[in-house]
Design a protein around this ligand. Structure first.
Ligand code: S3P
Length: 751
């Protein structure tokens, strides 16, 4: 029901208790003209007079029984401890159609009060709790927009009247609130943690300090931390007294957990246990950041509403002409994951520079914090990991949520299969559909008890406390993630050999070597003996060639362009993009090639060129596996046909990249045909500047699809709108800024 549909349904609304919440509700109703008359009812005549004088209410009444006569809706907003008394006074005077709702901060006691008064909760009674307020109280402090963009939790009982619920919901929505439904017990637990405990602590801290004469200066000089932490101690004492009595059990449970944590921290301070302190502080800092991420409605780490959030971000691209300039794209995603994983199980402190602060790598970082590793940062790409050794990880407090990151899930599956504790790995909607049998099956051969969903997809449930035996495994597909998973598990087995059908990225092998692990590589075979100690080291992560790829194609297809991409990782297992573009006629040169901590790095200069269509050699497929979306854009701009075969792996990436790209290319006027293992693209060539028509593209939440079609705008005749782009933050959070910097006309629209 919308605000407009409420029109004419509510004649008389009675507000019992005209404080901050009741007053604000009344103001909101009147401002939006949601009923004919708002009647205020309170014990204090001066409150009612103030309400009338301020125009908050139309009429005032001190007698409850008179007030509720003929009411269509009664809103209870007095202190929660008065609920039962007030209900028993008004009960005989309510009409059958009267809807009753409340704003109490605890819901279990309200439901119980209705049961005692009425025998059972009336079907027209919809308990509610607006998560809004301020430390100020009283009718004068109220505002009509107090609830705007705030959540209101409604906890309707079983068999409630759907009509009553829809009216109460519509009222809150008309005041700008977001309504959430929840059971009353769940509500009380959540609120004990998020609201009641913090209020208790604030009151207690201020009282403790105020009692101590020597501490009085604190109030004189109060600023910063003290002021932030204790703001809520200025809240209404009666209200909070009632809340703690009403939500005693859940609050005590939270308080006990907090007391335990506090005494551990006390001990750490007393004994100067830096690691323990840093552990608590870095975990808390990360959790606080995560909290802001959720409130800012970004995609990461909010599994429940993530798909809605993704739909909110679209890229709008105006046709561009050229790209120019110098860029250093963010750190390599694959190497960033591995730096955290190996740093965590090493002995000593590992220092990382150039870490990718994208959501995928951060998911791995957070997982290791949850596994008990103290990690400082990231601060501008710098991370410090206090390694716990091969056997020092501890059981996480809950499931490990890995967002969109397939690499995190597959690599962690290997490492965590060898730990003494069980663990469950989960992911977002896209990751939850991706194949995990490819790691679960060989791990089972090593003796791991690991379950997937029936179709082999996540969650991965790993039993733990098992002895792993080494295997020799011939991978059925070319996958660095599978290889790395088995090598990580192999650190805990006697001897593990992985044989790959084609060369895949070898960052795990190189980094293991950097941590002092000896590993034998021979042709397509890599062998690792378990039980070796990893020694902490320093890691300098080069810029990600997979992110640089977008600008390589951008500069290649847009006539008159020139771009220098600095400090790019050019590990030969990753340079398929350069090889393929060169086969198509691209003008790419590598300058200042050097070795950075065991990984080759170069500055890559790209100038525009007339590209031609080619048959992409299959041996290059694993070496450019993440770059095909943008390579398809290059193919559309090339003269002649480009054919890709042997790339069925693209169908099981963050999206089915063959189909999604084919659909997008066709939507932009390109002749593109998906095949089971590749695609055939008829390039439009270099004669016309405009290759793509404008149009709307669905990225399916796949970061690389979104970025690839952004590049297409350089040769588009009209605007391109790309939907569902929030996940670009998984691998390249600064993409929009960097693209703008070199001349791509991109803007972000939140829908
Ligand atoms: C990765 C390996 C590749 C790649 C992914 C990162 C890695 O996946 O697509 O983005 O870091 O090992 P596969 O191993 O599944 O090919």
């Amino acid at each position: 029901m919308s605000a407009a549909e409420l029109n004419g349904r509510l004649s008389k609304v009675v507000i019992i208790g005209l404080g901050l919440i009741g007053g604000s509700f009344a103001r909101g109703l009147k401002q939006a003209a949601l009923c004919d008359q708002v009647v205020g009812c309170a014990r204090s005549i001066s409150t009612l007079e103030k309400g009338l004088a301020l125009g908050v209410i139309d009429a005032a009444e001190t007698d409850l029984t008179k007030a509720v006569q003929g009411a269509d809706l009664v809103f209870l907003s007095m202190p929660i401890g008065a609920t039962e008394n007030i209900l028993s006074v008004i009960a005989p005077h309510l009409e059958e159609h009267t809807i009753v709702t409340d704003a109490g901060s605890v819901k279990g006691c309200v439901v119980e009060a209705t049961q005692r008064v009425f025998g059972e909760t009336p079907l027209n009674f919809i308990p509610g709790h607006p998560i809004a307020g301020s430390e100020k109280s009283g009718v004068a402090a109220g505002t009509a927009d107090l609830f705007l963009h705030h959540k209101v939790i409604l906890t309707p009982v079983e068999n409630h009247s759907p009509h009553a619920l829809s009216i109460v919901r519509a009222l809150w929505e008309a005041l700008g609130a977001e309504v959430v439904l929840m059971g009353h017990l769940a509500h009380d637990k959540v609120l004990a943690a998020t609201s009641h405990l913090p209020h208790l602590l604030a009151y207690s801290l201020v009282d403790t300090l105020a009692k101590d004469d020597e501490n009085l200066d604190i109030f004189r000089y109060a600023a910063g931390g003290f002021r932030d932490f204790t703001r809520i101690a200025a809240s209404d004492p009666t209200m909070w007294h009632d809340i703690f009595l009403a939500n005693r059990t859940a609050t005590l449970e939270m308080l006990d957990g907090f007391t335990e944590g506090l005494s551990q921290l006390r001990e750490a301070v007393e004994t100067g246990n830096s690691q323990e302190m840093l552990g608590v502080f870095t975990r808390a800092q990360a959790a606080r950041g995560h909290f802001s991420t959720i409130s800012n409605q970004r995609a990461y780490l909010e599994p429940m509403s993530e798909s809605t959030n993704q739909q909110k971000t679209a890229f709008i691209l105006k046709p561009g002409k050229q790209v120019h300039g110098k860029l250093r794209v963010p750190g390599d995603k694959s190497i960033s994951h591995r730096s955290i994983i190996l740093g965590s199980i090493a002995e000593g402190e590992t220092h990382v520079e150039g870490f990718l602060e994208g959501e995928d790598a951060l998911a791995t970082l957070q997982a290791f914090r949850d596994l008990g590793v103290v990690i400082e940062g990231p601060h501008q790409g710098r991370v410090k990991i206090y390694g716990v050794g091969l056997n020092g990880l501890t059981a996480p407090p809950g499931d490990l949520y890995l967002g969109n990151s397939g690499t995190s899930m597959r690599l962690l599956a290997g490492l965590l299969s060898a730990q003494a504790f069980p663990v469950t790995l989960t992911g977002d909607e896209s990751l939850s559909k991706r194949p995990m049998g490819r790691v679960a099956n060989p791990l089972r051969e090593m003796g791991v008890k690991i379950d997937t969903a029936e179709d082999g997809s996540p969650p991965l449930k790993i039993k733990g406390a098992q002895n792993l035996s080494g295997i020799s495994y011939k991978m059925p597909m070319a996958s660095a993630q599978v290889k790395s998973c088995l090598l990580l598990a192999g650190l805990y087995a006697d001897s593990t050999t992985v044989i790959e059908p084609a060369v895949t990225r070898d960052h795990t092998e190189r980094m293991l070597h950097g941590f002092g692990v000896s590993i034998a590589q021979q042709g397509d075979m890599v062998t690792l003996k378990g039980g070796q100690t990893l020694k902490a080291c320093s890691i300098d992560i080069p810029a990600d060639i997979s992110s640089a790829a977008f600008f390589m194609v951008a500069a290649s297809i847009a006539p008159g362009s020139e771009i220098l991409l600095e400090h790019v990782g050019v590990n030969p297992t990753r340079t398929g993009i350069i090889d393929i573009l060169r086969l198509m006629g691209a003008d790419i040169s590598l300058q200042n090639t050097r070795d950075v901590g065991g990984e080759p790095v170069a500055d890559v200069l790209v100038r525009s060129a007339n590209l031609k269509g080619i048959d992409i050699p299959e041996r290059l497929v694993p070496l450019a596996i993440d770059e095909f979306p943008v390579l398809f854009v290059a193919a559309a701009c090339a003269d002649g046909t480009t054919r890709l075969t042997g790339a069925e792996e693209l169908r099981v990436k963050e999206s089915d990249r063959i189909q999604v790209m084919a659909d997008g290319l066709v939507a932009l006027g390109i002749d593109a045909n998906a095949t089971p293992d590749g695609i055939v693209i008829q390039g439009k060539g270099n004669k016309e500047p405009q290759v793509f028509t404008g149009g709307s593209i669905e990225s399916h939440g796949d970061h690389r699809i979104a970025m690839a079609f952004s590049v297409a705008s350089l040769r588009s005749g009209d605007e391109i709108c790309i939907e569902n782009c929030a996940n670009v933050a998984t691998s390249f959070p600064s993409f929009v800024l960097q693209a703008q910097k070199v001349g791509i006309q991109i803007s972000v629209k939140d829908i």
